[in-house]
Write a protein that binds this ligand. Structure first.
Ligand code: SAH
Length: 218
């Protein structure tokens, strides 16, 4: 393996293990999620000039006006999605640099991720190919439509904030499935939506800061 993967100094496995310890202190409890964040080299998703900051508790620019979320939010959303159970098929809206998709590949059997910005998706493809994650499929598409050909999903995760929940996504949420997304514009909150036998159950959680969900592809 090249040092690009294994990392040195601020991008080493030791730095990553320290990040995981910090996530524990911040309240992340799901060992499967913590193991996933411990395994995926976050620095390879970040441009070299910033990669020494990859394991800090900050969001970082990934180009095209977009950002990769800080480690805690990636872990928190993954934990909420898993809810301690097995995930079969998951849909992510907003691949960005591909980091969250890589984490999901360790906690779900199949991961579908859609991104509207073609050159960003192309970069994510390169990073994900390097890690050889055979269960991640990427698509250039407007995620507001979901991915009907692959659904229904038992988990849907949105990496950009919407003002309302796209109805297409709710339609593609399987019974027993969970969707986690940021809702709002100037002020946003994480929302958990569960599809139970009796219908949808929505829970508003903590305030967050995400880039806005956009319509169409570019
Ligand atoms: N999960 C990503 C975070 C990327 S930021 C990561 O780990 O890096 C959010 C991403 O959502 C951006 O790349 C943005 O282009 C994308 N996005 C916004 N609206 C979208 C839409 N309607 N369909 C697909 N992707 C969208």
């Amino acid at each position: 393996m090249s040092t690009r993967h294994t990392g040195i100094g601020m991008t080493s496995q030791r730095t990553r293990a320290r990040m995981v310890e910090r996530l524990r202190q911040l309240g992340i409890k799901d060992e499967v999620v913590l193991a996933a964040l411990n395994a995926i080299p976050r620095h390879i998703f970040i441009e070299e000039a910033l990669s020494s900051r990859a394991y800090e508790e900050i969001s970082l620019p990934i180009g095209f006006g977009q950002t990769i979320s800080n480690p805690y939010i990636v872990a928190r959303m993954s934990e909420l999605l898993r809810a301690g159970g097995e995930l079969h098929k998951v849909l992510e809206i907003g691949t960005g640099c591909g980091y969250q998709a890589a984490v999901l590949s360790r906690i779900a059997k199949e991961v579908y991720s859609v991104e509207r910005i073609a050159p960003l998706l192309a970069k994510a493809r390169v990073s994900l190919r390097e890690l050889r994650l055979p269960n991640v499929r990427l698509k250039h598409a407007d995620g507001c439509m979901g991915l009907p050909e692959a659904g229904p999903f038992d988990g849907i995760i949105m990496a950009a904030a919407a003002t309302h929940v796209p109805p297409e996504l709710l339609q593609q949420l399987a019974e027993g499935g969970r969707m986690i997304l940021p809702i709002g514009s100037a002020e946003q909150r994480l929302r958990l939506i569960e599809r139970t036998a009796d219908g949808l159950v929505e829970t508003d959680l903590e305030p967050v800061k995400f880039v806005p969900l956009m319509q169409g592809v570019s």
